[in-house]
Design a protein. Structure first.
Length: 220
């Protein structure tokens, strides 16, 4: 039987897909309907849901408060931060957990992952991951040129959106189809792609998490 992982603030299932490919049975939770979510889904408040029956928990609390956009607009204080209450609940549960968020978020000793670490992912997206178990990351490669539709850029017209790294967040710089291909999420909407963790990230995390769970079981 696959270990069961609870995917909090799940959105459209980028993180869930990586964990599923690593070997987990995944159940998603979000306060909004998520008809594109590819696994079992519960519409609920992620902060209040029970963790009973699960072997691990992943949480991706909304990151607007800590985003570069909020900092530029000077309205970070208008957004709530769910990291602290979720962390307290996760620690109390005793389960192995992962908390994901953007750079600048108040995570404890996080590991940073970037698309340059994954040959199958064509997106430059830094994300931080706090865990209560040992997580390691591949080497962080140099950022290559990214496909652009901006004629002012020196490399305009020299790259293909289907073979080069692309920008997916915000307005993006490529077609929605190319963004979905770059992220490895053909089922997702443009909004879902903007918000998602590439499945490659959580496939790596999930593989290490499975090893940790197995080691804990053997030790017990």
């Amino acid at each position: 039987m696959r270990p069961r992982l609870l995917d909090l603030f799940c959105c459209e299932g980028g993180a869930a897909t990586g964990y599923h490919e690593a070997g987990f049975e995944v159940v998603g939770v979000d306060i909004k309907p998520q008809p594109r979510y590819p696994f079992a889904f519960i519409r609920a408040d992620a902060v209040g849901i029970s963790f009973a029956g699960f072997d691990a928990v992943h949480a991706s609390p909304p990151c607007q408060k800590h985003s570069d956009l909020a900092k530029r607009n000077g309205n970070a204080d208008e957004w709530p931060c769910f990291i602290e209450p979720i962390r307290a609940k996760l620690i109390h549960s005793g389960l192995p957990y992962v908390i994901e968020n953007v750079e600048g978020a108040p995570l404890i000793d996080p590991v940073m992952l970037c698309g340059t670490m994954f040959p199958e992912t064509r997106v430059i997206r830094h994300r931080l991951f706090e865990t209560n178990w040992p997580l390691s990351a591949p080497a962080h490669g140099k950022h290559p040129l990214v496909y652009t539709m901006d004629r002012r850029k020196g490399h305009y017209g020299k790259l293909s959106e289907w073979t080069s790294p692309v920008q997916v967040t915000g307005g993006g710089n490529c077609s929605k189809a190319a963004a979905a291909d770059a992220m490895g999420m053909p089922w997702a909407s443009k909004h879902g792609l903007n918000e998602a963790i590439p499945p490659a990230y959580t496939r790596l995390i999930g593989t290490q998490l499975l090893s940790h769970i197995e080691q804990q079981r053997l030790a017990a």
